[in-house]
Design a protein around this ligand. Structure first.
Ligand SMILES: *Cc1c(COP(=O)(O)O)cnc(C)c1O
Length: 340
């Protein structure tokens, strides 16, 4: 799809277009040593592949941005590579060295420069690690060999067609996942949240679910949650219940750099509902960067966040992060890496 126009990219649903090249690496005796750049094409997997039976797989999601200067920059690939290694460790998979993963990601971007669209579009990168031992009797044994590939997908602006604020159902009974899996970016977590999210969409007409079991806020199905005010951000402190987002970390760092107070601590749903009266609420993640929340729905009814529209602080922080990603602002923490 190298010649695809910006319009084609903007019109396609997120994650449905694929660039021509993907990076591929397979272990030998459990160790990653070399990789290839191959044509994006169906994989050949034995039906007895470990990951297909026992869930031994995890992934990452990061972006390369083409700036107004035409240059392509990958955003914080080192952090994503470290998180992939951490996911692999927790799933007893062969652990790819973060520098190896970072190199594979960079080479995948280099092979797809022609398919990397201009801002506000971007090239979304999806490293996937899976256990490939051919063994259906290994439910209680880790895979020895693994496959790591990096799929590239040109994506449009998440906010194309209007800067709409999201609505969330507040789930106070069930957690998003188990403490063993909270920090792992693995398919099982999304499968676990899916039925509940679909039910909330049907019954309460919401976009996403905010998980707050026993009143303690965790995150939504695929994004971290931030409470924002002019001079302050409040967000749950890092623990095993939720995914430690790179976007969350980046936004908190920018906020601190700007002199805002950042409070990482336990956040209760009562505090979140109070916050609606005076502050802003937003969700952070690679795909959307920072998405405003306009409505919270609980068993007591619907609460508007402020006037229900995206707030000023949310917009300012999102723009500040995008400016670094696109090479329009200084990059004091060396988050971006040039490719090509
Ligand atoms: C990917 C993901 C996030 C966001 O992480 P980023 O590194 O900011 O993209 C948050 N929560 C969950 C459950 C996720 O899967």
């Amino acid at each position: 799809m190298a010649g695809a126009t910006m319009t084609a990219v903007s019109d396609a649903p997120f994650g449905t277009l694929f660039a021509d090249a993907m990076g591929v690496a397979r272990t030998t005796d459990g160790a990653f040593t070399e990789y290839d750049i191959e044509a994006t094409a169906p994989l050949s997997l034995h039906p007895g592949t470990h990951a297909l039976h026992y869930g031994s797989s995890c992934f990452e999601g990061l972006k390369a941005h083409r700036g107004t200067d035409g240059q392509v920059r990958i955003f914080r690939a080192d952090r994503h590579a470290e998180r992939l290694a951490e996911s692999a460790r927790r799933l007893c998979l062969p652990v790819p060295d973060p520098t190896f993963t970072e190199e594979l990601v960079a080479e995948t971007v280099a092979a797809n420069l022609a398919a990397t669209p201009e801002a506000p579009c971007a090239l979304y990168l999806r490293p996937v690690l899976m256990g490939i031992d051919e063994n259906i009797g290994a439910a209680a044994h880790p895979t020895i060999e693994a496959l790591l590939y990096v799929l590239a997908s040109p994506v449009g602006d998440y906010f194309a067609g209007g800067d709409r604020a999201l609505s969330l159902w507040v789930e106070t009974d069930l957690p998003r996942t188990t403490p063993q899996f909270g920090r792992i970016k693995t398919g099982a977590n999304y499968a676990m949240a899916l039925g509940l999210t679909r039910q909330a969409r049907r019954e309460h007409d919401v976009d996403q679910v905010l998980f707050a079991p026993d009143g303690t806020v965790q995150e939504t199905g695929a994004a971290n949650v931030l409470l924002l005010a002019d001079d302050r951000i409040v967000t749950p402190s890092l623990d095993d219940a939720f995914l430690h987002g790179v976007t969350r970390d980046s936004l908190l760092t920018i906020a601190r750099d700007r002199g805002m107070a950042v409070e990482e601590r336990e956040v209760t749903i009562d505090e979140v509902l109070d916050w609606c009266q005076h502050g802003e609420i937003a969700l952070s993640g690679t795909a959307a960067v920072l998405a405003a929340v306009g409505t919270l729905v609980t068993t007591d009814g619907r609460s508007m966040v402020g006037d229900g529209l995206p707030g000023f602080v949310t917009g300012a922080l999102r723009d500040a992060l995008l400016a670094v990603q696109r090479g329009q602002a200084d990059d004091p923490h060396a988050w971006t890496r040039l490719v090509g």
